[in-house]
Design a protein around this ligand. Structure first.
Ligand code: ADP
Length: 451
């Protein structure tokens, strides 16, 4: 087993990893940028190293700075968390050159799956259904109208290197294809340094359903029951739940089997998530694989009673997967992402937390790096806390979440707590009757009501 892990991240996920490492008896090293000096992950890790200024490209995204920190502190492994360098294949490559274990999949796996257009073709070979779309990236805009016509409108343009919902545009007719292409291309270039786009059929009224997988280096794998992540704004998840109120046992089994088979096909190692769109007829289409722990992994942990990060660390150290094959889903779990932002305009609201009460009690878990007096820097994402609940039934889980949110007090910054309260009391949400368009429609109705 490793003796010391460096966590190449910040915020709640850094704390989450520190927690599992401590339980395994492994020492931890936090890295931090200058504005993060007083943040919780630096206080709770065994050791800490400053890796640069606020700008992520000079700190959390700087491979040389992080590798130097690991060498100075003699860390034998690095956990990348999510975001930042988590899906950059150069990172595991350099770790391996330096004799440091990378807690995640191989650079080759990341490279194949990181290009979403390539990943589609690979998964097609692995027998996963994919949405109709371009075979590869669109090299020349002049070919785009024909591809779109063949697929049939509406289509969605997506960045090959995409993530976080960026570089994506829905195109409903040929008249605005060129404009949307140009916008998506610019956005992709700015966000990922790669303007490559590909095209897919836009599936109306779909649900975002994803399957968590864990697979060790000996080929033992386990895929878990689905997470439903259709409550989204601008293609970004806001609330997640498991099990999905829409997926039946037969579809669940099919998805689990398909993911286990596909992961064998590519010899996937570590934690990973296979994302799908599921249409109203319960046909599923592969979207992408996230080659890292995800923000919403705790809901799977809640219903299965497991620790995915501990297991991810153990299998990275060469251990055999220790989860039994007959794990069962127990009850229902929901997660609300509490962001520092205005609940109506969504403008980020960084700043100092003057007063803070986070909820607790049976079946409530809070993953957060927030504390009273913490000055949230404007330089990074706006996630303040993940509030996660677990109850025997979906209805009870929703009620528990409502109570938990009512007992959450955050003063000094604005948060999206009011938006979560609105969604949780919406009758369609409560019935489980929602898809990826639900939140945008809901917000448009609210806006119209205010006018
Ligand atoms: P990212 O990696 O940027 O998060 P994804 O490929 O995971 O991008 O897609 C994010 C979201 O965009 C999906 O959850 C879904 O809501 C929407 N989306 C993506 N592809 C399609 C599609 N073909 N049809 C309908 N919605 C889509």
């Amino acid at each position: 087993m490793f003796t010391k892990i460096l966590i190449a991240n910040r915020g709640e996920i850094a704390l989450r990893i520190i927690r599992s490492a401590k339980e395994l008896g492994i020492k931890t090293v936090a890295v931090y940028s200058e504005p993060d000096k007083e943040s919780l992950h630096t206080m709770l890790a065994d050791e800490k190293v400053c890796i640069g200024p606020a700008k992520a490209s000079e700190s959390y995204l700087s491979i040389p700075n992080i590798i130097s920190a690991a060498s100075i502190k003699k860390a034998d492994a690095i956990h990348p968390g999510y975001g930042f360098l988590a899906e950059n294949p150069r990172f595991p490559e350099i770790c391996s050159q330096e004799g440091i274990s990378f807690i995640g999949p191989s650079a080759d796996t990341m490279r194949i799956l990181g290009d979403k257009s390539q990943a589609r073709q690979k998964m097609k070979k692995a027998k996963l259904p994919i949405t109709p779309g371009s075979e590869k990236i669109i090299e020349d805009f002049n070919t785009a109208p024909k591809i779109a016509k063949n697929i049939g409108y509406p289509v969605i343009l997506k960045a090959a290197s995409g993530g976080g919902g960026k570089g994506m545009r829905i195109v409903r007719s040929s008249t605005n294809l060129e404009e949307m292409y140009s916008i998506a291309q610019h956005e992709a270039k700015a966000a990922f340094g790669d303007p490559s786009l590909y095209m897919e059929k836009y599936i109306e009224d779909a649900r975002h359903i994803e399957i968590q997988l864990i697979r060790d280096s000996k080929g033992n794998s386990l895929a878990f029951g689905e997470r439903e992540c259709s409550v989204q704004r601008k293609h970004q998840k806001v609330i997640e739940e498991t099990p999905s109120p829409f997926i039946d046992e037969k579809t669940r089994k099919k998805l689990i089997k398909a993911v286990e088979d596909a992961s064998d096909f590519i010899d996937y190692q570590s934690l990973g998530t296979f994302e799908f769109l599921v249409d109203s007829q319960k046909n599923y289409y592969f979207m992408e694989v996230n080659t890292r722990a995800q923000v919403e992994h705790p809901i799977t942990e809640m219903v299965y009673g497991i620790d995915l990060i501990k297991e991810q660390i153990k299998i990275a150290a060469g251990n055999k997967l220790s989860f039994p094959q007959n794990l069962k889903i127990n009850g229902h779990s929901l997660e609300c992402r509490i962001n520092a932002e205005n609940a109506e305009t969504f403008i980020p609201s960084p700043g100092k937390i003057d007063f803070l009460v986070l909820p607790g009690g049976q079946g409530i878990r809070v993953d957060s790096a927030a504390f009273r007096g913490w000055d949230i820097p404007p330089d990074y994402d706006s996630l303040v806390a993940k509030i996660i609940v677990h109850s025997p039934t979906r209805a009870e889980a929703i009620n528990k979440m409502q109570t938990a949110l009512e007992m959450t007090i955050i003063v000094g910054i604005q948060t999206n707590l009011p938006l979560h309260m609105d969604i949780l009391s919406n009758s369609n949400f409560r019935k489980g009757d929602y898809n990826i368009q639900f939140l945008e429609k809901f917000l448009n109705r609210k806006k119209a009501g205010r006018k």
